[in-house]
Design a protein around this ligand. Structure first.
Ligand code: ZN
Ligand code: ZN
Length: 339
């Protein structure tokens, strides 16, 4: 089969590799669409939890091509997608009912073969059937699952005023979910362009443009229009400097959520007196596990709208071009199509 194979960070080839063989508890999925995510840029650079050699791509959907002998719930031809995480079930955290913290965390497309290929083999227990979704829309279920985990972490009090930095595809989904789960007023701050326009259309009550060269502009706007601050401030950009500025936008008793993939070596300075005196809470939200069922329900019922987010569909052989488009921040979301 054709696949994108990374031999090491930055080095990939569109090449032929053997089609995966299915184990008794697995299904083989013929990939119809796989989302390109900002995490793939981190993986490209050898960061995050990347392990090489690697076929990346963690947001995939397709058709069941083959089922292992013990698989009962799926048959050849089913339209499906899969939760790309696999947990060992035996480590300290798995046994403590905290599977996301699994010490042997496997993530298809990050540290194990993923969806930038014609086929992927995956445990049947991680597979979900799709009904009303196109394959194009189905790639957004994984980012939605991550956003649902974010909501579980945030636990927004109904009537909350929320500030979100970042208007990318995951930020957009998070914004739509927040509006349906506790946010009475949602402000989104991000650089002007199609992403900010789309989040305004789909979720935000207010948008504030961010000038990457001069943060004092959005700071002035936000502090003037929300002098008491926000109950919840979320950074979904992964830019350390933006995260470091979040406390100044939080209300007394507010919470700050680190939702981006940050450079591992970066540091931020936060005033401890601020955390103490103003009772601020700082939380992280990392990936997801076991959130696919709920994510799928939102998308199947069209309660979260994702169709307009996919602005590019690019053939697998042009993966390099797709990376370039993403790095240049054109469009919103890119889906990679293997055939
Ligand atoms: Zn992703
Ligand atoms: Zn484990």
């Amino acid at each position: 089969m054709k696949a994108i194979v990374y031999s090491s960070p930055g080095k990939f080839k569109y090449t032929d590799v053997p089609k995966p063989t299915v184990k008794s508890d697995e299904v083989l999925i013929q990939i119809k669409s796989c989302g390109l995510c900002r995490t793939d840029i981190h993986i490209h650079e050898g960061h995050f939890i990347a392990k090489f050699p690697l076929i990346n791509g963690h947001e995939f959907a397709g058709i069941v091509e083959e089922v292992g002998e013990k698989v009962q719930d799926f048959k050849v031809g089913d339209r499906v997608l899969a939760d790309n995480t696999e947990l060992c079930g035996a480590c300290y955290f798995c046994r403590n009912n905290q599977p996301l913290y699994c010490e042997n965390f496997v993530s298809h497309g990050c540290n194990c073969a993923g969806g930038f290929a014609e086929y992927v083999a995956i445990k049947a227990k991680k597979v979900f059937k799709i009904k009303n979704l196109s394959f194009r829309e189905a790639v957004m279920v994984e980012p939605t699952a991550c956003a649902i985990h974010g909501l579980d972490i945030i636990k927004a009090r109904p009537g909350s005023e929320v500030l979100l930095f970042g208007a990318g595809p995951t930020g957009n989904i998070l914004a739509q979910l927040l509006k349906q789960n506790g946010a009475a007023y949602l402000t989104v701050a991000a650089p002007p362009g199609i992403k900010l326009d789309l989040i305004k259309k789909l979720a935000a009550d207010e948008i504030v443009p961010v000038d990457k060269k001069d943060y004092s502009k959005h700071e002035r706007t936000l502090i003037t229009s929300h002098p008491k601050g926000f109950d919840i401030v979320i950074d979904a950009t992964g830019v350390p400097q933006l995260l470091s500025e979040t406390p100044k936008y939080a209300k007394v008793g507010g919470q700050i959520i680190a939702y981006g993939v940050y450079p591992e070596e970066s540091n931020i300075i936060v005033k401890p007196y601020d955390i103490f005196k103003r009772e601020l809470t700082i939380k992280g939200s990392f990936a997801q596990t076991h959130c696919f069922g709920r994510a799928l329900l939102y998308l199947e019922n069209k309660q979260i709208k994702v169709d307009q987010l996919i602005t590019h569909e690019i053939h697998l052989k042009d993966y390099g071009k797709a990376l370039k488009i993403m790095k240049e921040r054109q469009g919103v979301k890119i889906a990679i199509i293997p055939s």
